[in-house]
Design a protein around this ligand. Sequence first.
Ligand code: GTP
Ligand code: MG
Length: 200
Amino acid sequence: MDIIRVEFIKSSPDVKSCPAPSFPEYAFAGRSNVGKSSLINMLTVRKNLAKTSSIPGKTQCINHYLVNDAWYLVDLPGYGYARTSKAIKTRFPVIIKDYLLQRKTLACLFVLIDARREPMEIDLKFIHWAGKTRIPLVLCFTKTDKLSALQLRHKLDLYQEKLFETWAELPDFITTSSVHKKGRNEIIDIIVRSINLMNG
Ligand code: GTP
Ligand code: MG
């Protein structure tokens, strides 16, 4: 699929303020700074569509980008970051939870995980929570340009091991790099398949 048209529609402070649910949505969640906004830019081949920053906590609202007048890419705020207390740091923001639980047009949630890190409790907790909502999930391991193929293999094995402790069947996963434009075809394929399924 060619991405012909991309339009920023709205930045919403809560799910109630989101645009009318007229199109299927593909949302990106994950820890602050994991690379959600960068991945959206990479997918749409627009350098500065979604604002990125090396300082965590850049995206604070739910941002809707309409693609080809047919579906939304949704950039969600990150979790796991707060300048304030540790308690807030380990809780998922209400805005994310409400969006995931209430948005009827959400077709697939991409959960981003920093491939360089050891499996982190907060990510495992989030994947587990999101899994229970029955939203179709895809795990995206980001920033793989920072690892050798062997290091990446080791990280993926570790993650699978961890997830198998609670999951009988693992969600799909893909490896990405916004720097090397890796994983773009895989993500677009998932979206195309999902749209085709909906259109029968
Ligand atoms: P919040 O909006 O704060 O939740 O962050 P985010 O998940 O949207 O992350 P963002 O896309 O802003 O990227 C955070 C930092 O990681 C930026 O400095 C990016 O340049 C860098 N980054 C993102 N993706 C990649 C990648 O694939 N490879 C490398 N090397 N750096 C990346
Ligand atoms: Mg962001």
